[in-house]
Write a protein that binds this ligand. Sequence first.
Ligand code: GLN
Ligand code: ZN
Length: 766
Amino acid sequence: MKQARSSAIGYPRIGEKREWKKALERYWKKDTTEQELVEELTALRHKDWKKQKEAGLDLIPVGDFSYYDHVLDTSIMFGIIPKRFQDTEPTSLETYFNIARGTESAVASSMTKWFNTNYHYIVPEIEKDTKPVLLENRPLRYYKEAKEQLGIDGKPVLLGPVTYLKLAKGFDKQPFEQVLQTLVPLYIQVLQELAAEGAAWVQIDEPILVTDLSEKDLRFVQSVYDTISKEVSGIKLLLQTYFEAVEAYDSVIQLPVDGIGLDFVDNNGQTLSQLAEHGFPNDKVLAAGVINGRNIWRNDWKHTWQITDAVRKIVPEDRLILQPSTSLLHVPVTTESETKLASDLKQVLAFADQKLEETVLLTKGVNQGKAIILPEVEKHSRNWRSFADSEGRSNENVQQEVKRWKDKHPSRASEFSNRKKVQEEKFALPLLPTTTIGSLPQTTEIRKARANFRKGAWSEETYDAFVKERTAEWIANQEEVGLDVLVHGEFERNDMVEYFGEKLNGFAFTEYAWVQSYGSRCVKPPIIFGDVSLPAPMTVKESAYAQSLTNKPVKGMLTGPITILNWSFVREDIPFAEVTEQIALALQKEIRALEDAGIGMIQVDEPALREGLPLKSNKQATYLDQSVRAFLLATAAAADETQIHTHMCYSEFGRIIATIDKLDADVISIETARSHGELIEAFETFAYDKGIGLGVYDIHSPRIPSVEEMEQSIRRALKVLDPRQFWINPDCGLKTRGIKETLASLHHMQQAAQNIREQQKTTILQ
Ligand code: GLN
Ligand code: ZN
């Protein structure tokens, strides 16, 4: 009798100790050759395949691996290469990294968040004469590699044509339909070649199917898969979705493919209800994502078993694949690397490798009977019980404080127009004030100093003195450039969430639980496991010191409640909104402490606000309301004369401007440089009256932009925004940049500001 099989949608590419990141960065610094890079990454990929095989996975994904981003891989594969990068060999690593990172003469392609995750993909650009061609069959290359070198008959993974193009931009230059039509035959060729090579299943990712698609888009989906299924034979197509329940369940399950992958986790049971209500075709395989692929908690066996049981009532084992709900790209690699976590906590954690174990065990349970998994189920409840009672889980005072705020609406004492007057008097800034987003170059020296301090090799005094020196140096640098509002530089911070988590109660930290954010950049989200509270001020010392060195205002720098939540791994026993409010109340106290220490401007960063936006429109309003409430809970108690700033980046903000407005921050800075000013259009229709800085240059690339370029971007913004509300700043923090390029860019920025100021003066005089 045929039995249920286990699989995974994708596996982390960064390695247990970020070997991937390190190899890439050594290569970019020219410390290694291309061949060395390829060898290192091949070895890593092989190790990961072997691990999945040893875990006992029946279907192992191949081709989900990438040198930077799988959307960019897809672009290269189909020759969708922006013209400005066409002077080098199209399939070379050089071209590949040029598109991702930019060159002296060509700005990098935009980068934006992959659905509602913190993973960023490189946005494909469709130009007037873009004509897709198949430059190379990447999944085939990986499929053959796994088979020939490791004897693994993998499941090639492809990003589906509809999702790929939906994520692209440039359809004002060529209609979507036209590009899709040229792309489909290339997909067919890729699939035929895979079939010829003997691949049994291929996974085609179409996560776009969980978003609200129009009727027209659904017709595209239908016709694409009609064509593909007619032309391709000898290989089974698994259409994979994730991150939510699919929208048009009825039509999706009828698409002419051999299997459908659905997410049974990320949607409060919606997929299960759809399945129960509409059934599932009896000629198709169901790949059921029942193990949470995005959280880091051990699977709740009772719950998972219930779901799996319900699924089996409709789809029998012989047509069932069990797997994590999403690619494991969004979770760290393994809990085994962690040596310092409290054991109560460690026992209830599951990263990618543990999730694979759970998947395999669950599949065994399904095939051989529940008795197989019973010891695990018992162990699980035992572990959770001891974790529930463990230290730091529960804080009565915090819970009471959240309750006291329950029916109150936090708001600033006066409305913006009044605050504006008070603040203008207090700060007396010039027209178009210049500033930066907070962090300044984190050199190797600084990283080493922090590491020395952590290891205990440096005493607190030595370390503090070092941080002070850097701060003083950069206060002087900023004054020399002529910036109007300064920052202390964030040299003491490793990461904008981790830093706060370490100072707050309720957070735990790992050593190696990294996940990829963009390119080689990884983040290590803390774990919010208990009630959050503030034991002592977190940022006052550094901010007050920086302020003592200058007469110009120095912004206090905090990470906002929504970002702290979205960039942490969060407990799931209380609602996320409640955790956010706990964090907000802690930040409220921090802001008071900063005010007491004489800090007049405080920036509360919310770069992750947009990414947490639910994919389904009917869930968005609640999320946005909760976010506004949390932000105000943190900031609204500030005095009128305290100027609250906020900062957001990496996303499309056009649709949430109304929410941004409700945050009631006196000044906001938003990243725009990399999306080439698209956000500006949104301000044509939305009357935004508060202070605003639209990043005038891209900090994600080492390129030094010219004064002229920045002037242009300022002028473009001033077409829709009033010069009296406009601020001039780079589009994000500068910590990833070198000292030289930063100073050069900031000088150019200041010069651009001065030039525009001069012009504005004459315009105003005329
Ligand atoms: N203040 C932070 C910094 O400059 C903001 C970072 C971010 O937006 N991601 O690093
Ligand atoms: Zn930013």
